[in-house]
Design a binder for this molecule. Sequence first.
Ligand SMILES: [Fe+2]
Ligand SMILES: [Fe+2]
Length: 310
Amino acid sequence: MIYAESLESVTPSESIAPMPPRRPIDFSVAHWWRRVPGQQWPRQAEVLAAIDPTLSPLFQQSRPLAEVHRLDLALFVVFEEVALRVSGALVRRAPTQDALSFAAQQTLDEAQHYEVFLARSNQARALSGLAPGGIDPAILAPPLRRFVEHCYEVADRGDFVEGLTLTNLLLEGMAYPLYAYEERYWQPIDPYLARLVRFAFVDETRHVTYGAQLVSRLLFDDHAARDRVAKTCRQARVALREAFQYYIRVFVGLFDAVARQHRDVFADAELAPGRRIADTPYAEQVQHILHAIDSEHRRLLARAGLDLAL
Ligand SMILES: [Fe+2]
Ligand SMILES: [Fe+2]
């Protein structure tokens, strides 16, 4: 069995290592309840309670730093909201008991992520004199906006496998390798956010791993459905990859400029273990992150039996 606590012990940097071998997964809500709300969340709350959530005064002194911080938080909020709304909608049309239980528990995980990132985003906005809540729709680049609309159409149509594939294997599947980088980038200046990212990563690892196994099972003996989902996957992956490339270039560019401006704060910030941001040119940082996403994502799709999509 793959248990929440075994996934929790995986650090984001280790996520780039091969995924655990396929084993039966206990999808029940009872199991999730014991491991996640019962154990994982209280442990995480204890860790967070020991970190001062106050934002560093540097966010008020450095406008570029405040801007890249707000942009990143806004993207977290957008992604979590999509995952929440789609997983909630998929509960309605789950075709098996395992699928039903998993969609239900993922909905709660995502609701929790959405709340914590929205709260941090509001805190960052307040520091810059901005009203809470309002995520500017302009932050959604056209390829991402089209992808999100497609996710909602599929969820509304009630296509469970396609909805799960789009959300867990594409949106989350491409995003979750990024969490390791996010955690390392923010650690020196916003360690509270770095922890939130780390804790969400634990859940996202579960969502993509469980999602891949469910998709693989649901499509096992239905070749026509697998071809259809693989085709959707192939098309959506191209569009989403374009969106990720755009955001990674923007984020790394902004962050790199900020890190060079505040060398004292970010002197030891790392792109990867043992590799300092300050010693890594911008283009190399971007290539490194894109390569990590691509290789991890290929592995994930292969595990879901969607190699045809590559
Ligand atoms: Fe999430
Ligand atoms: Fe998720």
